[in-house]
Design a protein around this ligand. Sequence first.
Ligand SMILES: Cc1ncc(COP(=O)(O)O)c(C=O)c1O
Length: 505
Amino acid sequence: MTITVPTPADPSLLSGVAAALIDAARDFVLDPPAAESAVVQLGSPGQIRDAFAAVAPLDLAATVEAQPSDVMADLAQLVIDWSVHTSHPRFFNQNFAGPDPVAVAGDWLASALNTTNATFEAAPVFTLMERAVLRKLADVAGWPAYPAETLAPGLFAPGGSTGTLYALQLARHRHQPDLVRVGAGPDRLVLFVSDTGHYAAMKSAALLGLGMDAVIKVATTPDGVMIPSALETAIAKAKTDGYMPFCVIGTAGTTVTSAFDPLDQLANVCDAHGLWLHVDGAWGGSALFSPAQRHRLAGIERADSFVWNLHKMMGMTQQCSALLVKDPGQLGPCFATGADYIFQPDKLYADEDSGDRHFQCARRVDVLKLWLSWQAYGDQGFADRIDQAVARADHTRARIAASDGAFVEVAGEFTNVVFIWVPPELRPFRLEAMSEAARDQLHGLAPQIKARLQQAGTAMLGYQPVHGLNTFRLLFMNPKVTNADVDATLEALDAAGAAALDHES
Ligand SMILES: Cc1ncc(COP(=O)(O)O)c(C=O)c1O
């Protein structure tokens, strides 16, 4: 029997698609889209399917025919046309934006070399690189020096949520060292996170079999910062109620307002009660790169684990997330199974493998883009990136303060500005004096204003309730965003607000 090895329908396929990729990188990453261009061509699911149907259906048919390279290039273009342009200087929708060009190149290179970062034999360079970068990150966090020959002080995880999941497993394992063999013991474990902390805590607790009810939300200040005395009270109550506290999650930069918990004080509480301190620095961890901003994480050197998303503020392509672990000796006992088909102890350089100190088997190479960027920009370039983002947020605050009441800042720290747009008849804005009807109207306007901006493609920004009232959030990380982009976005928001009001009346 002759077996035919499948090949692409046309040998120029790769070059056709690669040409589209290179164009896309130039148009989006090197020279970001012009401010006047649309952030998004908003389409309903039906419109997007229809656009593809004219070239090749998006929903794969029962029989899929191989397409020639010109069709493949058209498909690549359709993907670009209907995607959100997160590198656009008016994209403020989420805690990521504007990929760094060096990171994009690093991601391509890693994909082209296609390996797993689990073993030295499959990834000799990347294994060494991961260890070097994790050591450097630990150093930036002020953790003890980890000599070159010791284990990497942590691992790369596919995101902040997964990093927190792994951290909670480590914490639980320290509490009950036979956990990985016999499963959960009789203790009714609970952990603590601020009531403004990320939902990753809940999801992780559910996955680990602790249950979401095991996550005790600790009260915060009006700015969203955990109150240490409230943590103490919550721990005491949990103990009285028969629960076993095992971990506290401190947040360094909450998703919405970028509030930083007082890590030093949380570490004192953890020391007093023998609890694991995990720090969720998915958003704000990168403040450590800036000498002017790193004070926000004072006490981070006392954490047992620290998750830090470089794919957020540092512009690494998604995903690039480090979980630093203070005692790397805990990783093996927590995650190893000793699979002898891959982690053979008698193979060359067996000790270098990271795979049995990790949960994942196949693992993307997320380190290369970060390592390349660090080489390209240096420590100073990383610091500048953070300082520039903060300067942009400060400019936004100043514009809001000078807006004659059109906007009112309600929360936000560091790189995040959280505010409301105030209809003219409610100016000057006084929350306490507002009728319930006016409050409901204001609350309902935010989604309408966002939708208008989305439909016009002018800007994308998030809205979310803060203290029960929908607010907008501008947050900064993309160095291509200028003060003029901020001003234009506020202007567009003001106009969209007026139009939404007109439409209502
Ligand atoms: C504070 C915080 N923690 C955790 C996460 C989750 O990170 P990821 O999206 O990488 O899972 C986020 C995401 O926005 C976040 O802002």
